[in-house]
Design a protein around this ligand. Structure first.
Ligand SMILES: [Zn+2]
Ligand SMILES: [Zn+2]
Length: 568
């Protein structure tokens, strides 16, 4: 535990070290150019740039080591005050998924400041050419730190990511998966989506510290372009072995929703450029880090990369909901899906008593997949409850019917109001929201159940396979399995499988939860067998780290299975 804390503490300092190293390198490179210019051979423009660059680097170094020239604030308010910095970097107990912020440098006559934004906010707010308001002044994002490899300031090679994105479901592919022809999640071919967003991006830059310059006034042209915001797409990927499929089925057998729970999944957001921009992505001057648009008068085409896309990533628990094709209405299916998305978001928040900022949702790809993610640090774990409780969608549907005024009619709400589905956050979707579109579907959900699958197999298939593996001489094993199956309790992953560390073979195992289940018939009543069982239990618990659950033939099975259900 302590060893880990030291490693984590060390890691939390990485970003400070990187910022410091970058600033020192920037200062030294600039100094080198200024010195050379004293001997001639450097253009006036390069010299002016170098002087500005040196000044900026020196200010940043002062901020990083806490030697600010400004005395107007208490030191604890500075971004690099140790406690504040380590809290932001996630080095605090109880933070499972630290949300490392993105920072921006705001220059001023007192030496400047760093401000920090959560990544999901930074992808818009600290994006190229955007305007940041700080203490009554306007600052424009005009530059990015570049992760530099090599010393030569003029010939920077940037490590861009290459990514492939599924237009159908939004799934994210990089590394080896970049060479795939089909989406590894839904099997669709990679192609542009209906908005013309490309599936393959080769110059994707993970967001780095941004730099700003002060602007006295913003032209109406700039204001107009910024008003429509950025084209941002959301993507995700399940963690290895951490995805669990399930289905919501009506009690008369109709398939309603496909669910996939993804624990500690990754979510990416890609900024593809201004919505009202003329080109895809952004232009980046790789030598200086200036965003092309903000210095278009001195563009040096050789150093300019085009179609650069920005990326941020977060880790959290997610639930992906895919409504079955047959339940989608022929017309208005986009409005239906969008209304369903916000009705479910609201009802999950209300039912599990979450704040609006603790659980959010987005449409993925072409909009047929709905992504729900737990935004709270550490995650309250409510999304896993939605698939663990077989009746959860009954409860959520009842809550949604109530929120949408179908329990207590509200005359003044014709299609949607701020009490039911509208919020400031979903304003771009307001024209699509109509509570009446989803009422019949919500009614259906009130009589539904959640059926869990195991590793992609249907529950029935899984049950049959487990049944075949049971010990032929133990009738009690099959009774237990049948009860688990019929009561909708999660099925074990495997049966009669050897656990080598404990050198024993439980009747059933739940791998993820590390639970070993034994079905003890009357043969377990002899003292010899009881001694063997005791040794097995100890080996399982202390050597293999398993939880042992012994179900006895002579005790009430219902009560014993209730306990098992509470563990899985
Ligand atoms: Zn896909
Ligand atoms: Zn309303």
């Amino acid at each position: 535990m302590l060893d880990r804390a030291i490693i984590e503490f060390d890691k939390a300092g990485d970003r400070w070290r990187q910022l410091y190293k970058d600033a020192v390198r920037q200062r030294d490179n600039a100094r080198h150019i200024i010195d050379r210019s004293n001997r001639g051979g450097v253009s006036t423009e390069d010299r002016i740039n170098a002087e500005a660059s040196e000044k900026e680097a020196k200010r940043q170094i002062d901020l990083l080591i806490g030697q600010s020239m400004s005395n107007k604030r208490r030191s604890s308010e500075f971004e690099f005050y140790p406690y504040r910095y380590f809290a932001a970097e996630g080095f605090l107990p109880g933070f499972n998924f630290p949300r490392l912020p993105v920072r921006a440098y705001i220059p001023d006559s007192n030496g400047g400041e760093f401000i920090a934004r959560p990544r999901v906010v930074a992808i818009r707010e600290l994006a190229p050419t955007n305007i940041v308001y700080y203490e009554g002044n306007k600052f424009q994002i005009n530059k990015t730190k570049i992760p530099v490899s090599g010393i030569d300031y003029k010939r920077v090679k940037i490590d861009y990511k290459r990514v492939k994105l599924c237009a159908n479901c939004g799934y994210f592919h990089e590394g080896e998966d970049f060479n795939r022809d089909l989406c590894s999640n839904c099997g669709a071919k990679f192609q542009s989506d209906s908005y013309g967003n490309l599936p393959t991006l080769t110059k994707v830059l993970p967001m780095e510290t941004a730099l700003t310059r002060r602007r006295e006034r913003i032209t109406s042209d700039e204001e107009e372009r910024l008003k429509y915001g950025y084209n941002i797409t959301t993507h995700f990927r399940y963690a290895e072995q951490r995805q669990e499929p399930a289905e919501v089925i009506s009690n008369d057998g109709e398939k309603l929703l496909k669910l996939t729970l993804g624990e500690t999944a990754d979510i990416w957001r890609i900024n593809r450029g201004l919505k009202r921009g003329k080109e895809r992505g952004f232009k980046l001057d790789t030598a200086t880090g200036f965003w092309g648009d903000s210095k278009s008068d001195t563009e040096n085409l050789e150093k300019l990369d085009t179609e650069v896309h920005l990326l941020v990533t977060d880790t959290c628990n997610i639930l992906v909901i895919q409504p079955e094709k047959d339940i989608l209405p022929q017309e208005n299916s986009e409005a239906f899906l969008t209304t369903l998305q916000y009705a479910l978001e609201r009802s999950i928040q209300a039912y599990y008593k979450l704040e609006e900022n603790e659980l959010a949702s987005e449409k993925l790809g072409e909009g047929k997949y709905l992504l729900f993610w737990e935004a709270a640090e550490g995650g309250a774990g409510v999304l896993s409850q939605t698939i663990e409780n077989p009746k959860s969608f009954q409860d959520l549907a009842e809550t949604a019917l109530d929120i949408c005024h179908f329990k207590q009619p509200k005359e003044t709400c014709s299609v949607a109001c701020y009490e039911c589905l509208l919020s400031y956050r979903n304003q771009f979707d307001h024209p699509l929201l109509d509570r009446h579109l989803i009422q019949p579907f919500l009614e259906k959900l009130t009589d539904s159940k959640v059926v869990r699958h195991s590793q992609g197999k249907s529950r029935d298939e899984q049950y049959q396979q487990l049944l075949e593996k049971t010990d032929p001489s133990s009738e009690f094993e099959r009774i237990v399995l049948k009860e688990i199956y019929q009561r909708g309790i999660k099925l074990p992953n495997d049966a009669q499988v050897l656990i080598p560390e404990a050198n024993c073979q439980p009747d059933f195992v739940y791998q993820k939860e590390k639970i070993a289940v034994f079905c003890d018939g009357s043969v377990h009543d002899t003292p010899e067998q009881q001694e063997k069982d005791r040794i097995n239990d100890e080996n399982l618990e202390f050597t293999a780290g398993y939880h042992v659950c012994r179900l006895r033939y002579d005790l009430d099975l219902t009560a014993q299975l209730d306990e098992l259900a509470s563990w899985v």
